[in-house]
Design a protein around this ligand. Structure first.
Ligand SMILES: *[C@@H]1O[C@H](CO)[C@@H](O)[C@H](O)[C@H]1NC(C)=O
Ligand SMILES: *[C@@H]1O[C@H](CO)[C@@H](O)[C@H](O)[C@H]1NC(C)=O
Ligand SMILES: *[C@@H]1O[C@H](CO)[C@@H](O)[C@H](O)[C@H]1NC(C)=O
Ligand SMILES: *[C@@H]1O[C@H](CO)[C@@H](O)[C@H](O)[C@H]1NC(C)=O
Ligand SMILES: *[C@@H]1O[C@H](CO)[C@@H](O)[C@H](O)[C@H]1NC(C)=O
Ligand SMILES: *[C@@H]1O[C@H](CO)[C@@H](O)[C@H](O)[C@H]1NC(C)=O
Ligand SMILES: *[C@@H]1O[C@H](CO)[C@@H](O)[C@H](O)[C@H]1NC(C)=O
Length: 917
């Protein structure tokens, strides 16, 4: 019952606070001061608690009071929040940090922040005895113009608060650069130094610069005189000359700083790179930046900074933050497509696995500023347009065993032995907390090695790649079948290692399968070890030394690089925490025994996140390919796909579904586990249809039905329900539509359509109906100048025939003429045959030729023809009448003859169309 109540309370707490809050305008900036958040939108400044509930708000802009706040700076030591804005000629205001509606000081007529809506940087700098507000900004003035100034924060300072002059001088850092954009800056406490990071355009070249000043001096001029500057370069693969966001990484040695650099190419999947630098070494000057009065303004000296490590590349990183846990660094990366990514780095700045902590449904960029919860550092605040979101940086609870907790490779998570759960260290006091050691990125959880000592004894050493606070209860056991492997008593176990001895005789009869079980309190880790006689490991495969090496190391033996053979380890050579066998033997892979495969193209190379079947890969030397490996920037474990329909230059494979959108890299794997090629496939949203055109088919089927929508190229086929017929679809690159031929159907029901996308189906919210086949009953022709206009009679129908549905061909003798369609009316089809005056028959077919109705129609006389015909007819009749008259005359002339004729001919009557005699 109590647990139940606690559950409800926890739930209630969540319901009330929520993890996000939406403002009535876009978030322009937000800062953290003394356990509060201050969020700036166009119209208001909000004072929020860390749980995102609002405490106070202050209007800053309305119709009568046009204002844009351009400085928002918590001054914790003074318990105030400094804001400056553009109202009238500019102003600054000191607000009570605990109640922003309480204004402590207001001064108008000063322009501290940028007048235009450009990026700027502001922070508190200077020694504890004289704090200044350092502002880096660009205003449109003639060069050299001041870009960095120091403003008093206290009345007691020379000439009072919000002044930057000093003893009659106007100290500043000046610039002659044609463009300057401040991105970030901070003051380091000990030694007291200020750093500023900016983008500048000097001699029409874009550069990223760092300015460094010693801020331990009291006087502003002294601080500016200590200016050092350098260019920051990124990266070796391509130039990325624009800084997007940055963060300083808490470090003991040096000042490690991480910047997100952009190549300004939205279509490049590696447009942005996250690179780390040691900025404590900034020495020298750059052109275009100097202390006020210096001429010429700055000349190049010193060296450009090169990255210590480039740890991540992605299409669109927009923000970055970092925390440190022991020797580990945990980076948090916001992206322009609305994701928050977590990336760990070891002490050598080697990146581990990245995971997505948060993904927005839509594609809103994460604001460059992100802040940690200042109390526990377990949450990070991110801003997405109008939304402020509090995201947990740890997800330890997801892992329910020690093994899973270790496999997550998250330095913030460890196994809390007493509580029997994966948790952060602070949630696990007074008990052992088992976490990942420094070298975890290179090691497996469990490794073992055999040692041979002279008395024909083997010692089996086993080691876990784990470290722990306190001394967890720890034990091991080794069994073969149901028999204990070890001589004598239980194996010796001292966390995280254990060992046991056995007679080497057991190995000479072939491999020995040992089941190893390690227990840490209630957690059991088991593994099957295959032990072998080290001196007998040989292999006849073509890549002998590599496969031998892998086999050697995975059997617990030692690979000797000098003699290229496998051997026992003797005493001092023991290397526990050995590398993964594949890594340890990697150097032996150089001698390839096959022609290196190459990928030339992938068709298609854009798929939906449901994946795609039967992707065609074209390339060279594909015979040796065993499988396809697909790896996303955000995937720790690459996906693999088998290949089929393989030849030396083509093969097919299925692309598995993906949890994330974005690009992945595809390479082909050879038997030695190497992966060749680096082609790109883009995962996009699933297809969605917006309309069917036409929405009706004739019963005989075969009508070309177009489906419009987005991401239609990822549709593999269409299913017509309820009949469940699967129909082949065709994608039209020019229109972005797909089309298919309607199936035959004799009823008049409505059919719904679904798409087959990978192995999923996506419904289209539109219907296809059936109507009787069209009927063409005859045609007439009219000569129009040199052309023949053909009017085909058609029964009125609801098929909505379009010009592309109908194809008319005229025949005259053995010649055929294309009748070019002009118009389709409800009961006629009108077309024209150029340069022709006559056709005998017409062939009306419904496109395309899949299924067509051919109507060879009897010719119907046109008016002209009718007249001609009528004339001929009349002429024949007149002739007939003449003959009759002669006949009658003859009768009158010779009565007997006529009588005989009448008698002989009997029924013969003399007729014309006018009369019968
Ligand atoms: C506009 O904002 C200013 C400053 O917040 C305030 O003093 C003034 O009363 C506001 N005017 C109106 C019409 O709301
Ligand atoms: C904070 O700044 C204000 C304005 O200059 C000043 O009046 C006040 O004394 C300062 N308080 C502290 C604690 O420094
Ligand atoms: C942008 O990146 C794409 C993809 O890498 C590349 O094909 C293109 O040439 C780049 N454009 C420019 C202007 O560098
Ligand atoms: C941990 O131990 C300390 C001293 O031994 C004690 O004061 C504290 O309450 C303990 N905490 C927990 C969570 O048991
Ligand atoms: C061989 O190893 C076993 C177990 O560690 C040990 O008892 C024995 O004394 C060792 N023999 C020699 C000669 O080192
Ligand atoms: C679809 O399912 C088949 C059979 O289970 C599987 O082989 C194939 O990889 C799957 N395709 C996709 C795109 O997931
Ligand atoms: C129309 O039919 C004729 C004769 O069958 C054929 O040659 C022609 O390609 C067809 N035109 C279209 C647009 O289908």
């Amino acid at each position: 019952m109590r647990g139940y109540l606690v559950g409800i309370l926890v739930l209630l707490k969540h319901c009330i606070c929520g993890d996000d809050v939406n403002f009535d305008g876009d978030i322009k900036d937000f800062v953290v001061g003394k356990s509060k958040l201050f969020v700036l939108t166009d119209h208001r400044l909000h004072q929020m608690r860390l749980d995102l509930s609002e405490e106070k708000r202050k209007d800053i802009n309305n119709a009568t009071h046009q204002n844009r706040v351009n400085i928002l700076m918590p001054f914790d030591d003074n318990d105030t929040l400094i804001t400056c804005g553009t109202f009238r000629d500019g102003y600054c205001e000191v607000l009570d940090l605990n109640d922003i509606t309480n204004s402590i000081y207001y001064e108008s007529g000063i322009s501290v922040g940028p007048r235009q809506n450009t990026k700027s940087v502001a922070f508190i700098a200077g020694p504890s005895t004289s704090r200044y507000l350092l502002v880096g900004k660009k205003d449109d003035e003639k060069p050299p113009y001041p870009v960095v100034t120091l403003w008093n924060t206290l009345q007691s300072q020379f000439s009072g608060i919000f002044n930057y002059i000093e003893a009659g001088a106007h100290p500043s850092i000046q610039s002659t650069a044609s463009d300057v954009e401040f991105v970030d800056g901070f003051q380091r406490v000990s030694p007291s130094e200020s750093y500023l990071f900016l983008n500048a355009k000097i001699d029409s070249e874009s550069k990223v610069l760092v300015l460094r000043m010693s801020s331990s001096k009291d006087k502003k001029t002294e601080i500016f005189k200590s200016l050092q500057a350098a260019t920051i370069q990124c990266c070796n693969d391509k130039a990325r000359p624009v800084l997007v966001a940055s963060t300083v990484i808490p470090s003991v040695n040096g000042v490690i700083w991480a910047g997100v650099f952009s190549a300004q190419n939205q279509t490049d999947p590696e447009n942005t790179a996250l690179a780390l630098y040691d900025i404590s070494t900034v020495r020298g000057r750059v052109k275009g930046f100097c202390t006020a009065g210096e001429r010429p303004c700055g000349s190049e000296s010193g060296r450009a900074l090169q990255p210590l490590s480039v740890v991540f590349k992605y299409s669109s990183m927009s923000s970055v933050a970092a925390v440190r846990k022991g020797s580990w660094i945990v980076m948090f990366i916001g992206t322009s497509d609305g994701q928050l990514i977590k990336l760990i780095l070891d002490e050598k700045f080697t990146p581990g696995c990245s995971t997505v902590l948060y993904k927005s449904d839509d594609e809103r960029a994460v604001l460059p500023r992100m802040h940690f919860d200042p109390i526990d550092f377990k949450h990070i605040y991110i801003a997405l347009r109008r939304e402020l979101r509090r995201v947990s940086v740890v997800q330890c609870v997801k892992f329910s065993s020690l093994k899973d907790c270790r496999a997550a490779l998250d330095p913030l998570c460890g196994w809390c032995v007493k509580a029997q759960r994966c948790s952060t260290q602070d949630e696990c006091s007074n008990t052992s907390w088992v976490s990942i050691p420094k070298n975890s990125l290179q090691t497996q959880l469990l490794s073992f090695q055999m040692e041979q000592n002279s008395s024909r004894k083997i010692t089996l050493h086993l080691s876990l790649s784990l470290e722990s606070t306190g001394n967890p209860v720890f034990s091991c056991s080794f069994t073969t079948g149901s028999v204990n492997l070890c001589d004598g008593s239980d194996p010796t176990a001292v966390f995280p290692n254990c060992f046991c001895s056995f007679s080497d005789q057991q190995l000479y009869t072939g491999g020995l399968t040992v089941s190893a079980a390690v227990t840490i309190e209630d957690q059991k880790i088991t593994e099957t070890l295959t032990l072998r006689n080290c001196s007998s490991i040989t292999d006849n495969s073509p890549n002998a030394s590599y496969t031998q090496c892998v086999q050697c190391i995975s059997s617990g033996c030692q690979w000797s690089s000098s003699s290229q053979r496998c051997d026992w380890t003797h005493g001092p050579g023991l290397q526990l925490h050995i590398q993964k066998p594949n890594d340890a033997c990697k150097h032996l892979l150089s001698q390839s025994v096959y022609k290196e495969p190459e990928i030339l193209s992938l068709e298609p190379n854009k798929v939906s996140f449901h994946g795609r079947n039967n992707v065609l890969l074209k390339g060279k030397n594909l015979e040796s390919v065993t499988k396809i490996r697909i790896r996303g920037d955000l995937d720790c474990i690459p996906k693999e796909s088998p290949v089929f329909d393989r030849s030396s230059d083509t093969l097919r494979f299925h692309i598995p579904p993906s949890g994330t959108k974005g690009t992945v890299k595809v390479c082909v794997v050879t038997p030695d586990d190497r992966c060749h090629g680096n082609s790109i496939i883009t995962y996009s949203s699933q297809p969605s249809c917006t309309g069917i055109q036409p929405g009706v088919s004739w019963r005989r089927g075969g009508r070309k039905i177009h489906i419009q929508g987005s991401n239609m190229e990822s549709v593999e086929s269409v299913i017509v329900r309820p009949s469940n017929k699967v129909l082949q679809t065709h994608y039209s690159r020019s229109s972005g539509d797909i089309w298919f031929h309607s199936p035959h159907y004799d009823g008049s029901d409505l059919f719904s359509l679904s798409f087959e996308v990978g192995n999923s189906t996506v419904d289209c919210m539109d219907y296809l109906s059936y109507k009787p086949d069209p009927e063409f009953s005859g045609f007439t022709t009219v000569q129009v100048a040199t052309d023949l206009q053909v009017n085909i009679q058609k029964k009125a129908d609801k098929l909505n025939l379009s010009m592309s549905d109908v194809n008319v061909t005229g025949y005259q003798g053995d010649r055929q003429y294309q009748c070019v369609l002009e118009k389709i009316e409800s009961n006629a089809v009108i077309c024209k045959i150029t340069g022709q005056s006559d056709v005998a028959t017409l062939d009306v077919s419904l496109n395309p030729y899949l299924s067509w109705i051919t109507s060879t129609l009897p010719q119907k006389s046109s008016f002209l023809r009718f007249i001609t015909f009528w004339f001929i007819f009349t002429f024949v009749n007149l002739l007939y009448v003449l003959v009759c008259l002669i006949y009658i005359f003859l009768i009158l002339q010779a009565g007997t003859l006529a009588a005989v004729m009448v008698r002989d001919i009997g029924q013969v009557r003399c007729c014309s169309i006018f009369s019968c005699i």
